[in-house]
Write a protein that binds this ligand. Structure first.
Ligand code: FES
Length: 407
């Protein structure tokens, strides 16, 4: 902590007055504040007085500022002696402020001060050649790069006694010096190089317009999870395909399609499975209960009993433009399906438990590609298994369904 005293009388000038230019500048500063609040300009005026006096504040300069602002001298002294940005003693051409606060102290500020004492002399004295003077001050806000000093308007950081002594030599000789860290690092990044914020997209503008960052992160995570789950599905499909090669036409081996219970809104979308699937040579989709009303997409007409709207993709399951008998099943009884997912499924042509119950692995994978924002859910939440149970007429205790695996 530095002692803040006015310089001895021997060095105090006999008078001080702002130059014409500085006086005009001071008037402009004062004019920024309301009448009666002129004292608000005291800091900039002291700063300008220090600059005019050669880097320090003589007593006469402090008094001149007080007169200019209509302030008691003592009020201005209080301010000038409080802030270390105001030098109360004559300063050298290179005025060095050494931070001596705890972080810098721990990192070797005492050794830096020792260099100052050896090279310059006692605190607040100017070297014979007028080049240097120094002062110990409190934290200058560059603790990450401790120990550090401020020389005039620049910071010099990551100092050691050796590089600091070399710095003083260079300044004395008028050689060019580097401001900032005096070791091999940029600003206050970690020693040895930064470990974060390395994604170039953060700086090349490509991230602009990608929307809310939280949504972006959530979407990225969902995409990663979906990709992992899709890979699992593909792997499982490949494994099952190897065990029982799919027919050349549609790959859907017969799947038990339980008959929906009375009142659940429909007739079975598929026939019961063939007893011996291996003998099936054609698609196992049996004649629907209402053959005249089921049509492929692009076919003629649609009826309330539900025309088929999509099966242009080989692996697509049976999809209906409308629910059978004008009413779909409550798909929200499938655990994991909420109102949003139910709407999405309806939009895709899925209305009934028996439709889902009949999905093959490939149909499941196809549907999954249509579940924007919900990819992977059908497999994760075992929709097919849940639907098989629901299609028998069984109902869960809860309106949101029963979590798979619950006994
Ligand atoms: S402690 Fe030295 S800059 Fe903060």
């Amino acid at each position: 902590m530095s002692v803040r005293r006015l310089a001895p009388d021997s060095v105090q000038p006999g008078a001080f007055a702002f130059s014409k230019t500085n006086d005009n500048w001071a008037d402009a500063q004062i004019a920024k504040y309301p009448r009666g609040r002129e004292a608000s300009a005291v800091i900039p005026l002291l700063w300008k007085a220090q600059e005019q006096a050669g880097g320090w504040l003589p007593q006469k300069a402090i008094e001149a500022v007080g007169r200019k602002l209509g302030m008691p001298y003592m009020r201005v002294f209080e301010i000038a002696t409080f802030y270390t940005m105001f030098n109360l003693q004559p300063a050298g051409e290179h005025f060095i402020q050494v931070c001596g606060t705890v972080p810098c102290h721990i990192k070797g500020a005492r050794d830096i001060i020792k260099v100052c004492e050896d090279v310059i002399g006692p605190q607040s004295t100017v070297t014979a050649d007028g080049k240097f003077s120094w002062l110990e001050v409190e934290c200058l806000g560059a603790c990450c790069n401790a120990p550090m000093v401020q020389i005039n308007f620049d910071y010099y950081e990551d100092l050691t006694p050796e590089n600091f002594a070399r710095l003083l030599d260079d300044l004395r000789a008028g050689r060019k010096v580097n401001t900032g860290p005096q070791v091999d690092r940029s600003c206050s990044e970690p020693l040895g190089g930064g470990e974060t914020l390395k994604d170039k997209a953060l700086y090349d503008g490509s991230a602009v317009g990608r929307g809310d960052w939280q949504q972006r992160i959530a979407a990225d995570r969902e995409a990663a999870r979906t990709a992992a789950e899709a890979a699992e599905v593909a792997k499982a499909a490949a494994a099952s395909g190897a065990a029982a090669p799919a027919p050349a036409t549609r790959p859907d081996a017969p799947v038990a399609a339980p008959r929906p219970p009375a009142g659940e809104g429909g007739q079975a979308g598929r026939a019961a499975p063939a007893a011996t699937p291996a003998k099936v040579t054609k698609p196992a989709r049996a004649a629907p209960a209402h053959p005249p009303t089921l049509r492929r997409k692009g076919g003629e007409g649609a009826t309330a009993t539900g025309p088929l709207i999509a099966s242009t993709v080989a692996d697509a399951p049976t999809l209906l433009a409308k629910p059978r008998a004008g009413k779909g099943d409550d798909l929200k009884l499938i655990w994991g399906i909420g109102p949003k997912l139910e709407k999405l499924l309806n939009r895709r042509g899925v209305w009934h438990f028996d439709q889902i119950a009949a999905w093959t692995d490939k149909e499941l994978a196809w549907i999954d590609t249509k579940m924007e924002g919900f990819k992977g859910r059908a497999v994760r939440d075992q929709w097919v298994e849940q639907s098989k149970k629901l299609a028998t007429g069984w109902r869960p205790d809860s309106a949101v369904g029963e979590k798979p695996g619950k006994t």
